[in-house]
Design a protein around this ligand. Structure first.
Ligand code: ATP
Ligand code: MG
Length: 224
């Protein structure tokens, strides 16, 4: 019998995506491979809480994510945080996903994070509840080693308790484990791209051409 892809874990990939770039795309692609995900659901943040306001509107960031992911049938885009009037809390988004009949309580979910986002997890609203709702898959990121000695104490305890060596084990339960994976190291950040654009320099080959065209057409990230 053919394998039912719906039983594979669903990756959940949140971010500001201001703008989306090849670091994000490779993270999602390689997570799907290493963690054997069925699909990856991209969820651009509407009003992120833990950082300064994004430079461009949630609508534009969502549109750029749609353009960047359009040709990958394993990627889907979820506009719920952009549509919501209130600030984005990942824990509430996961609770809402669990309540929908499509996913239900048993489908394994894997919240995808770069190593910098993982180290900052204790600052997130109800962060310990995240692991009751999803697994966490942490991607290596250049400049942000997963250095256990420097993790906040509560996060380290959580990591030690929940770390699983075999990423395939994420299929066995709906939530609660932490796996790491080494993706192709790409030292790309949206900050770097915004700086290049502000300086009138080319961001080409750091993000998809369609996204660059969108930025130009809508005059986003204007030159200083
Ligand atoms: P900014 O510089 O504005 O913070 P960013 O490039 O970090 O932008 P975010 O939208 O903040 O992008 O990141 C979304 C998620 O993608 C986070 O979990 C982050 O760790 C991860 N991520 C972003 N870029 C990379 C990269 N080059 N390698 C690995 N993970 C990445
Ligand atoms: Mg970031």
């Amino acid at each position: 019998m053919p394998e039912d892809w719906r039983e594979r874990p669903l990756g959940i990939f949140g971010g500001t995506f201001d703008p989306v770039h090849f670091g994000h795309l490779r993270l999602a692609e390689e997570a799907a491979d290493h963690l054997q995900l069925g699909e990856v659901r991209w969820i651009p943040a509407g009003q992120p809480l833990l950082r300064t306001a994004p430079q461009v509107s949630a609508r534009h960031r969502l549109a750029m994510v749609r353009l960047a992911t359009a040709r990958n049938p394993s990627f889907e885009v979820d506009a719920s945080e952009v549509d919501a009037a209130q600030p984005s809390y990942t824990v509430l988004t996961l609770e809402r996903l669990r309540q929908t009949s499509q996913l239900g309580p048993r489908r394994p979910l894997v919240l995808l994070l770069g190593a910098d986002a993982f180290a900052a997890l204790p600052g997130w609203h109800r962060w310990q509840s995240l692991l009751e709702l999803a697994h966490i898959g942490v991607a290596h990121r250049p400049g942000f080693p997963i250095d256990l000695a420097r993790l906040p104490k509560a996060l380290l305890a959580c990591y030690r308790e929940r770390f699983c060596e075999q990423a395939t084990a994420l299929r066995d339960t709906a939530a609660g484990r932490i796996a790491t994976f080494a993706m192709t190291p790409l030292g790309i950040s949206a900050t770097q791209i915004r700086t290049l654009l502000a300086n009138g320099s080319s961001p080409r080959y750091l993000l998809p051409d369609e996204v660059i065209a969108y930025i130009r057409n809508h005059r986003l990230y204007p030159e200083n």
